[in-house]
Design a binder for this molecule. Structure first.
Ligand code: ACM
Length: 627
């Protein structure tokens, strides 16, 4: 059996055992006429439409259903301007024009089933069934079916959907150490994650350049460690130039609780990251006695990797255990992320204390000392009933017995960990680092560098084919990461996040056999107005029909462009100058002279109906025929 078919069958879960008997290909090849993202596991279009109006009523089976109906109403109020009456019972047979939210029990521990739902839309009624999380996801599906610009009545296509996720960890990471964001920003971020069925928010809370979480036992972490005297000016990392502007801030424990609760309502687990033993310079600025050398230390102002890390002293363990105890009291999820990445060993090499521990514990090198450090932290975390996750460097010197590995330097770390029987989250830089630009071009240069197109994100398969079935089962999910060294404005983070988050959502949720990039692109078009409505500074994609390189075979090349966002205008130049709104507006296919041996450059600016401007996109047209 091919992997895809196996995956489809295993992901089907209890809700669709009766579907398995039908030929698989028929279901898989049915063209999608809905525009849902992520694409559901199974959808069968029916006849007719349900008319959702202010007369529609919501029946709820219990308290869980009542909560989901409430969330549905909150959203309806925003888009349609009304709330629907909620009736706390099951409808009898004479009822029509209703949505029934019906809770099904999930079997403990079966996350795939807990997140599954069945949604049936018929002309006279809608029924949504699932356990708490599944019903929530079904609610998001239903909300995605309501047109963005619906008036007082929304027509919903009759359909029967049976859906469940491919992975249990569908993550988005956000670095607030380098640049932090407001509470409103985080809530908006969580709203979008939920709308696209992502369920894990990895909150990177400590860094060399800033400690961002209030810890009551160690007030200097935020009094001192949350503030740096300046930041790197532009790209002047080496040689360093500072911007001269003090920067800082942190989240209070009350704010942290608010984020955790807000996320929980949306079935998102917040995984805090407290970096150790490296990326700790802000903590050492506050408590220099935790380092191997006397200090003093400054909160870092430059971007990079820093030599000063926690010394493996008893004082460091007392500190870290107290910090992690407070962190665990704030974050109820099972996982604590302890970082573990990019740890220079220079200070440990030169430290008598570190070298004594290595002799005492028969550790061969500093990598084994790091492993010893992390094992000790893991033992503490496990003793509190929690699980440790770290970046793939935690493999070096030997993995802690129960650790989960987040594979970022490619997939090798994840593969090695899965082969050792450890759980893995795939997050390789090649496909998951959203600080890389989304395309070529000057305005794509906000991030750390590199290029990661939405197509490449979409193409990612987090389960390496070289693993056997048992090892593949250890791949628990996938995550996109956003590092904010160069993203010092919230709209920059949004630009880097959207629309790639939608592609990652489909990687994380949708069974491989149901993925299809051209179908995704078609569905994506209808999501831009939703991103706009949510007030997100998403990246406006390249116009359709505009490849980066064109090899013309004739003297004239004809190019038809398609607006990337409905109703947008496109302005272009062919003379090497940057287009603006006074340039030629595109109305008809362009006849571009392409003399042999010469190069023409088409540059296009897109302006959305709301007036947002795209990055300038280029096509180079070459005629390779000899003159
Ligand atoms: C990382 O990107 N340093 C995990």
């Amino acid at each position: 059996m091919s992997y895809q078919v196996l995956a489809v069958l295993t992901l089907c879960g209890a809700l669709c055992t009766n579907l398995i008997a039908k030929p698989l290909e028929k279901r898989i090849e049915k063209p999608a006429r809905l525009t849902l993202i992520p694409q559901p596991f199974h959808q069968q279009l029916g006849r007719g439409q349900f008319r959702l109006s202010d007369k529609t009523r919501l029946f709820v089976s219990d308290a869980v259903a009542l909560t989901n109906a409430g969330l549905f109403n909150d959203r309806l109020e925003q888009v349609l301007g009304f709330r629907l009456a909620v009736i706390q019972k099951l409808p009898d047979k004479t009822e029509s024009n209703y949505v029934l939210f019906r809770t099904e029990q999930d079997e403990a521990g079966k996350q795939n089933q807990a997140e599954a739902y069945a949604l049936t839309i018929q002309p006279h009624s809608i029924e949504l069934k699932g356990a708490a999380a599944g019903q929530f996801y079904g609610t998001q599906t239903l909300l995605q079916m309501i047109p963005v610009k619906a008036n007082s009545i929304a027509h919903l296509q009759a359909v029967s959907i049976v859906d469940s996720p491919r992975f249990s960890w569908r993550g988005m990471h956000l670095d607030v150490g380098r640049h932090m964001v407001s509470m409103e920003f985080i809530k908006k971020f969580l709203d979008q994650m939920a709308f696209y069925k992502m369920n894990t928010f990895h909150w990177h809370l400590t860094e060399d350049q800033g400690w961002r979480i209030e810890i009551k036992a160690y007030p200097k972490l935020t009094d001192v460690g949350a503030w740096r005297k300046e930041s790197t000016l532009g790209r002047h990392v080496k040689p360093y130039l500072g911007d001269g502007k003090p920067y800082g801030g942190f989240y209070t424990q009350e704010q942290i609780k608010e984020v955790v609760a807000y996320a929980a309502t949306r079935h998102i687990t917040v995984v805090p990251e407290i970096e150790l033993p490296g990326h700790a310079q802000a903590a050492l600025a506050a408590y220099p006695e935790l380092a191997c050398t006397p200090g003093p230390f400054d909160v870092a102002t430059n971007w990079g990797i820093f030599e000063d890390i926690y010394c493996p002293s008893e004082a460091s363990f007392v500190f870290l255990e107290k910090v992690l105890t407070e962190v665990m009291s704030l974050f109820p999820g099972q996982y604590l992320h302890i970082g573990g990445d990019e740890v220079p060993k220079t200070r440990w090499k030169n430290s008598a204390l570190a070298q004594d521990i290595m002799r005492r514990e028969s550790l061969k090198n500093e990598e084994e000392l790091q492993s010893w450090f992390i094992r000790r932290i893991e033992k503490f975390i496990n003793s509190k009933g929690r699980r440790l996750i770290g970046w793939d460097e935690i493999l070096e010197g030997g993995l802690a017995p129960n650790a989960t590995v987040m594979s970022w330097r490619g997939e090798d770390g994840g593969i090695a960990a899965a082969r050792q029987g450890h759980d893995v989250i795939m997050s390789p830089t090649s496909h998951c680092y959203f600080d890389a630009g989304q395309g070529p071009g000057e305005q794509e240069s906000w991030g750390l560098g590199g290029e990661l197109s939405i197509e490449k994100v979409y193409a990612y398969n987090p389960v390496p084919g070289i693993l056997n079935d048992v090892e593949q089962d250890h791949i628990k999910g996938v995550q996109a990461n956003i590092w904010t060294e160069y993203l010092n404005k919230p709209e920059m983070i949004e630009y880097m996040t959207y629309p790639r988050l939608l592609a990652m959502a489909e990687v994380a949720w949708t069974a491989p056999a149901r993925k299809d990039y051209s179908g995704f692109q078609q569905r994506l078009v209808s999501h831009y107005p939703r991103l706009q409505q949510a007030g997100l500074a998403y990246r406006i994609p390249r116009p359709g029909g505009m490849p980066a390189q064109i090899n013309a075979k004739d003297q004239t090349y004809t190019l038809a462009l398609f607006p990337p966002v409905k109703g947008s205008k496109m302005y272009y130049t062919l003379d090497g100058t940057a287009p603006d709104t006074s340039s030629h507006q595109y109305f008809h296919p362009l006849q571009i002279a392409a003399p042999p041996g010469q190069e023409r450059v088409l540059q296009v600016l897109t302006v959305t109906p709301e007036g947002r401007r795209s990055a300038i996109q280029r096509s180079v047209i070459r005629n390779t025929l000899q003159k």
